[in-house]
Design a protein around this ligand. Structure first.
Ligand SMILES: O=C(O)c1cc(=O)[nH]c(=O)n1[C@@H]1O[C@H](COP(=O)(O)O)[C@@H](O)[C@H]1O
Length: 237
């Protein structure tokens, strides 16, 4: 089960990222996001590759088609496994991004481009009243996932609340990555649409992104094992 959990390296330096990677040797899939990439650059990707880890490069591109395509081409050359773009960049940008990835894959790699549907930190209320989206949140998330699929992308990021519906509509091969995952014993923090790891896997997620419940725990290794056991127990029950 541990290869279905992606742990984010949401830390401010390469040094602290390496300390976390070495503290959690049982983690096989790591996420490099905005904080670490902006502060420390791309060297951390080499560090992870030397340790034979899988990599989710989560830079959440959101720009005009030409710019997004250029960023995706550069991201694909790193030989990572997952790359993110916002679905709200629109169809032309998503298609350009997907083509750029296919044309620039590092030898031996098969990066999947996945689209952010609705950030898990947004509530139905903020979607309606701040972003002025007139659709219900689950319907809007589904529309964004379908836009990603129609544009040729391999998957989407959604909260566990929407994953069953997205799985039904987008099919079994569409990669669905769920952040917004909280064991019953962990603090929810800034996440809004959360479920437990067992519930999220049962609902149809391909991968779970779980950060602070593991990385901020007194014993991150024990927290990771406990989550793996919870997923195991939910999948057999
Ligand atoms: O793309 C993501 O990974 C992402 C999308 C989203 O909608 N919500 C979300 O929380 N994330 C990321 O998932 C991780 C969640 O971390 P924790 O809230 O600490 O478990 C962070 O690195 C976020 O950047």
């Amino acid at each position: 089960m541990n290869d279905r959990i992606i742990v984010p390296l949401d830390v401010p330096s390469e040094e602290s990222a390496i300390a976390l990677i070495d503290r959690l040797p049982q983690v096989t899939f790591w996420k490099v996001g905005l904080e670490l990439f902006v502060s420390s650059g791309s060297n951390i990707l080499k560090v992870l590759q030397e340790r034979e880890k899988r990599i989710f490069l989560d830079l959440k591109f959101h720009d005009i088609p030409n710019t997004v395509a250029g960023a995706c081409a550069a991201a694909a050359r790193y030989g990572v496994d997952l790359i993110t773009v916002h679905a709200t960049a629109g169809k032309a940008a998503l298609q350009a991004a997907q083509s750029a990835i296919e044309a620039n894959k590092a030898p031996g790699s098969d990066p999947k481009l996945i689209a952010i549907t609705v950030l898990t930190s947004l509530s139905a209320r903020s979607l309606a009243f701040e972003l002025k989206i007139p659709l219900e949140l689950p319907e809007y998330a589904l529309e964004m996932a379908m836009l990603a699929k129609e544009s040729g992308l391999g998957g989407a990021v959604c909260s566990p609340h929407e994953v069953t519906q997205l799985r039904e509509v987008c099919g079994k091969d569409f990669v669905l990555v769920c952040p917004g995952v909280r064991p019953a014993w962990a603090a929810v923090g800034d996440q809004q649409r959360v479920m437990t790891p067992g519930q999220a896997m049962k609902a149809g997620a391909t991968y779970l992104v779980i950060g602070r419940p593991i990385t901020a725990a007194d014993d991150p290794g024990a927290a990771f094992e406990r989550i793996c056991e919870e997923i195991e127990a939910a999948s057999v029950s």
